[in-house]
Design a protein around this ligand. Sequence first.
Ligand SMILES: [Zn+2]
Length: 475
Amino acid sequence: MKKFAFLLFLFAFMWSFPHIGDAATNTRVVLNGQQLSIPEEVQNMDGSVMVPIRVISQELGYQVTWNQDDGKVAIDGEGKSITLNIGKKSASVDNQTYTLNTAPVVQNGTTLVPIRLVSEQMGIKVNWNNSDKIVTLATTGTSTGGGTTSESGSNAENGLALVNGISFSESRLLVTLDKNVTPKVSKMDSPNRIVIDLPNSDFGGGFAQGQSASAGQIQTLAVENNDKVSQIRYSQYSTDPSSIRIVIDLNNKQNYEVFNEGDGLLIVDLTPDNGTKPTPPTSTEGTTQPGSAVGNSGKKVVVIDAGHGYQDPGAVGSVSTEKALNLAVALKVEAILKQDPNIDVVLTRSDDTFLELKQRVKVAEKLNADLFVSIHANSSSSSAASGTETYYQRSNSKKLAQTIHKYLVAATGFKNRGVQYGNFHVIRETTMPAVLLEVGFISNKSEESKMNDASRQQAVAEGVVKGIKEYLGVS
Ligand SMILES: [Zn+2]
């Protein structure tokens, strides 16, 4: 009877998670430099790396207690007790409640749990290499170089600044941290590069899984089709005290400006060399307008802000989180705008990282953006609530709101809830025309499923771009 109940439970559970099964094959897990042999699949579900519970008990050595009757998995270690609930996004650590991006699941008899909460609580660094499907786990205190194991407390106790995100667009590097550091930036040649050292800093838990680097490992950020920069590299440069090094590999000699004005936002802006004429971005371009862009490219600077991120999921639907939907649309908007030689598009985040609202504002203000678009999804306690709306806060944003909304509502096909006044931080504290889009309701099953559809996201992105271009008068 128990077995029957369990099967029923399994069935109900699998039925409610239809997205299970788009698994990558041949995923590998590397722990402290050694590849583990685990027959079960490691998967990336909705952006969460899911590992078999066996990795946590046998490989990481934590005590795992599996209570099949109530679907609870308890993990004890490092003086902490984590409780996960199969099929549920709620979890607890000691007595604090956490919301997971993806619920633990039982699949083909294997319990898969999201590694992130466990890794954060137990101090394990996780890196997910999506193209090669490799999960790298590194327990802190294990130095790959055979060095000292000096870590004892949390980073907060160590006073380290935590890097939450590194991104590069067009001609500027954006680094977000949880507090200010004074970077040491220098130019080197043969080969030409700019070296940014962040003293007393480490990678934060909010640093995207695909980006994190453990001691000694150098990670690269690919830069495509850029005439100035070939790639960005970063690593934990030293461990005692911890520091981060970021290197911009240049194609040519390049001057730069560093903006470090608080709130943990650091921008390294590549500027044309003194004494040389700025080269136009493309040969097809005639005269460029005297635009307001930093870096005097003459292009219109558009900042696209995917709402929420990392520990802040935004609204949570039945199969998705708002932060993921926002990011999906933002990346598609970026991809389209990038093709326009008149527009310099900058994302506040390009992965699952977290920025404070004031950091998002600061990105737009520092870059002297021509406009700012924040992408969100709506939620209501009434599951019937539906529709698309666009918010402005300042009067100089109303026209932008109207222009984008017209195309946005056509693209979603949802009910038209109109252009509205909304007192949101990011559109209030910015000074350029700024709008906040509520694409649709994640709390509405039908709209949620449409917002998860890649072709609908593409249509929404195209609509947003049409509005932006019409407003800017570029075609
Ligand atoms: Zn939101």
